[in-house]
Design a binder for this molecule. Structure first.
Ligand SMILES: *Cc1c(COP(=O)(O)O)cnc(C)c1O
Length: 370
């Protein structure tokens, strides 16, 4: 391997298969015409299957955060209130996005290392009956913790508030049912659980979100990030160029192949493989004495966060894996920067040989250093 060819066991980006890399390296295709439009629509339809929705889906060219900003700023106006629980970095990002648009984000902060409680959202909705939306991270990747989106969406719906879900690191890797749970706006990306390319953020937009977008109140999403622009072009140019701007055609082609591969394996089987990787990693680390960051009941099948052993220098451990073995795991975030590490289970990281190699190396490291 080239020295830069590290294998990623981090919570994103994720290492992808040669087949997908090969698609990214093909000659550039035009972002219009019959063949392109067919490919684009097929990918949209397959993403609807991944999201489990019949709502419209758009393939936003940009990072996951772009589509999250689109979701928030297309339906809320400056001065509006948004309930946004946060149990980690990506929950905090929801606040930053909302604040950047003059939207008042109400903070709910669960105790460290815990999932957001449904009760805390209920209380916030009681205190702020004027809240127009609840935004929630489905899988908080910085902690490896799952939040109860289904119950939160149900509560929001009862109160007439929209539900906006950051499913960037959960769609295609955990149970997620946009229609069944009546999620109004749901966002993901190509290069997490779908093991596809970086650079595209699929978003599912439901009828209540569209009504909020069209309610005549002035929004600040601009042009590119207003989903109205995407909807308009998908309709106006549907047989030719079903999106507003130039598209990274190789990226969409790579997404097409990766999503088809997930669906060929079967969504449930794909999720099961990720869970199996998680279970093996948790079990293996526990046998070596590591403490898991969050309890099994809320542990995600996408990322495992664990605390270093007593006296262990987690930075040295991570550096050793990378420098000596081209294997990159993630560091702890925030207050756990020097005490925890995170192992991703997405993309190639879920392959049993990769998991076994990682655990064997960790064992070797512990034996040689402690
Ligand atoms: C990775 C991640 C993001 C950010 O995705 P970008 O593509 O870097 O914008 C947002 N939310 C969650 C939960 C993530 O895991």
């Amino acid at each position: 391997m080239d020295s830069a060819d590290e294998l990623l066991l981090i919570p994103g980006p994720v290492s992808i298969d040669d087949e997908i890399l090969e698609v990214l390296g093909r000659p550039v295709m035009a972002h219009y015409g019959d063949a392109w439009t067919e490919l684009y629509h097929r990918t949209v339809a397959n993403m609807q299957t991944v999201f489990r929705t019949r709502n419209e889906v758009h393939l936003v060219f940009g990072p996951g955060q772009a589509a999250i900003e689109m979701a928030i700023a297309s339906v809320l106006a400056p001065g509006d209130k948004l309930i946004a629980p946060s149990n980690g970095l990506f929950g905090d990002r929801l606040h930053m996005v909302a604040n950047a648009h003059g939207i008042e984000a109400v903070r709910i902060t669960p105790p460290p290392r815990e999932a957001v409680s449904v009760e805390s959202v209920r209380e916030a909705l009681d205190q702020h009956p004027d809240a127009r939306a609840v935004a929630i991270v489905h899988h908080e990747t910085s902690m490896g913790v799952m939040n109860p989106v289904r119950e939160i969406a149900e509560l929001a719906r009862e109160r007439g508030a929209l539900t906006i879900v950051d499913a960037v690191s959960s769609a295609g890797g955990t149970d997620l049912d946009v229609d069944g749970w009546e999620i109004d706006l749901c966002v993901t990306t190509g290069n997490k659980c779908l093991a596809g390319p970086i650079g595209v953020a699929p978003i599912a937009i439901g009828p209540r979100a569209i009504a909020a977008n069209e309610d005549g109140r002035p929004k600040t999403a601009g042009w590119y990030l207003d989903f109205a622009t995407w909807r308009q072009h998908a309709e106006m140019w549907k047989t030719w160029h079903p999106h507003p701007t130039t598209m990274p055609t190789n990226v969409i082609r790579a997404l097409d192949v990766s999503v088809r591969r997930v669906l060929e394996v079967g969504l449930d089987e794909h999720i099961r493989r990720q869970r199996a990787a998680r279970d093996t990693v948790r079990e293996g680390l526990r046998e070596m004495g590591f403490e898991m960051m969050v309890p099994d009941e809320v542990a995600s099948p996408v990322t495992t966060a664990a605390l270093g052993l007593r006296g262990m220098d987690v930075h040295d451990y991570m550096r050793w894996l990378l420098d000596e073995h081209d294997l990159r795991i993630g560091g702890g975030l925030g207050p756990w920067a020097d005490s925890a590490f995170r192992v991703g289970h997405m993309g190639r990281a879920k392959e049993p040989e990769v998991v076994d190699r990682y655990l064997a190396l960790t064992q070797e490291y512990i034996q040689s250093r402690t």
